[in-house]
Design a binder for this molecule. Structure first.
Ligand SMILES: Cc1cc2nc3c(=O)[nH]c(=O)nc-3n(C[C@H](O)[C@H](O)[C@H](O)COP(=O)(O)OP(=O)(O)OC[C@H]3O[C@@H](n4cnc5c(N)ncnc54)[C@H](O)[C@@H]3O)c2cc1C
Length: 397
């Protein structure tokens, strides 16, 4: 096994090979993190502010930076201990993502996106590159974005058109010129660093790119139907120079393999978004049903209400939770090597994101105020107009 093959089989939170089981956080640390998100973050941003940001299609960048920086340090969960992180396991990540999603899907997406953006490094970088980029992420809370999708390359990433042309100095490759366009990139307009998938002579490869590099520009954010607090933007690469040291793993042609390695894991994370948002809406609907009097009694005492609008959603969400936990546990036990549980991750994502949306939709129409469910409806109660024609909350891999 070459050094790059060896390093590319390492899972987040481990310092050895992917077959090593992930132990993750102890219960006390995990609970402390969950409580912090619940209390500190909720206190810092009111429902009214969330609804306003949703209405304005605005990402609260300062808050995302606080969450991924000194103040909360959520990024540490994803970073192996040897690089200054906490080495969280998939099961920890699921709990934290669920908590964030129950607050707001856009904020959760921004935090998840910075982790996703650094995935090619976790799975593909050389030990030296990991030490440089992951330590920097742990210490300085550098925000990342993951640049894979293009206007004509979404599900089929092999169709990508962005190119990486080698630049020779004294007959040796000293860097690459990137040319192309990326589409619907979470954190696209706010990240400090970007991982960009581009076609090099030996095949698709990941490159780490700094914001502000000459020729690299970002579009204004998409006006999306939902998850409106997350910044989703197109990226333009016009003859952008990246030094050879920024080729992830130091070997060309590993990009699609590296991308495939993460989907079991990242799909579980997206699944937790459906779970977190679905439960947040349900909690509010249940609370509301105890106070809303119809025909002389609260809705919560009427079986026509509970058996149609509450119980089926609880059942669907809890079934999704059980499957998420089973996949997360298997990944942590080392079964997910090289994307072996990608299909299970997709099933978890499908189950949970299908279970989530009907929950707020079937709640009573009166105002229960549900920032988490702004995923599906705007705060003024209308559906968003489809100005960004392809953007869809559930299509994020
Ligand atoms: C909010 C949001 C955030 C995103 N963030 C990121 C990000 O951070 N980084 C990034 O790289 N990308 C990101 N994306 C892009 C996302 O990953 C793509 O939208 C996704 O990969 C699907 O690609 P597409 O939109 O081009 O759809 P298409 O590939 O055009 O697919 C359209 C439809 O056709 C179906 N389909 C496609 N191929 C087949 C097939 N072979 N057989 C049957 N059905 C098929 C799909 O399931 C889908 O329903 C984001 C998207 C959204 C909406």
């Amino acid at each position: 096994m070459t050094e790059s093959e060896e390093s590319s089989s390492v899972m987040p939170g481990t310092s050895q090979g992917a077959v090593e089981a992930l132990t993750g956080l102890d219960a006390e640390t995990l609970n402390m993190m969950l409580e912090t998100i619940r209390d500190v973050v909720r206190d810092a941003i009111s429902d009214e502010r969330l609804l306003q940001l949703d209405h304005d299609d605005e990402c609260p960048v300062d808050m995302v930076r606080d969450m991924c920086g000194d103040k909360l340090g959520i990024q540490l969960l994803f970073i192996p201990e040897e690089y200054g992180g906490m080495g969280g396991a998939t099961i920890d990540v699921y709990r934290v993502c669920q908590e964030m999603a129950s607050l707001d899907l856009g904020i959760a997406t921004s935090v998840l996106a910075t982790f996703l953006g650094s995935d090619p490094i976790f799975f593909g970088a050389t030990p030296e590159q990991k030490s440089q980029w992951l330590t920097e992420m742990a210490e300085r809370g550098v925000l990342y974005a993951y640049g894979a999708t293009e206007p004509e390359a979404g599900s089929d990433l092999g169709a990508l058109k962005t190119t990486a042309t080698p630049v020779l100095t004294d007959g040796k490759v000293s860097g690459y010129r990137l040319n192309g366009r990326k589409q619907w990139i979470s954190n696209g307009g706010i990240a400090d660093k970007y991982t960009i998938l581009a076609s090099a002579p030996d095949g698709p490869s990941w490159f780490v790119l700094d914001r502000g590099t000459e020729g690299f520009t970002q579009n204004r954010p998409e006006d999306k139907h939902g998850i409106r607090l997350s910044n989703t933007a197109a990226l333009f690469l016009d003859d952008v120079f990246v030094p050879v040291g920024n080729l992830v793993g130091d070997v060309e042609g590993q990009g699609l393999i590296q991308a495939q390695k993460v989907f079991g894991y990242t799909r579980v994370m997206v699944a937790t978004f459906g779970l977190g948002a679905g439960w947040a809406a349900l909690d509010r609907a249940i609370q509301y049903s105890t106070t809303r009097i119809q025909g002389g009694a609260p809705l919560s005492e009427k079986q026509g209400y509970t058996h149609k609008l509450i119980v089926p959603n609880v059942v669907r969400l809890e079934a999704a939770r059980a499957f998420i936990e089973s996949v997360a546990t298997r990944i942590d036990a080392g079964e997910g090597v090289d994307g072996a549980l990608n299909t299970e991750g997709a099933i978890a994502k499908y189950l949970a994101t299908e279970a989530g949306p009907p929950t707020p939709r079937s709640r009573p129409t009166a105002d229960t105020g549900t920032p988490a469910s702004t995923w599906w409806r705007r705060s003024d109660g209308t559906s968003a107009s489809p100005r960004s024609t392809k953007a869809h909350p559930r299509s994020w891999r």
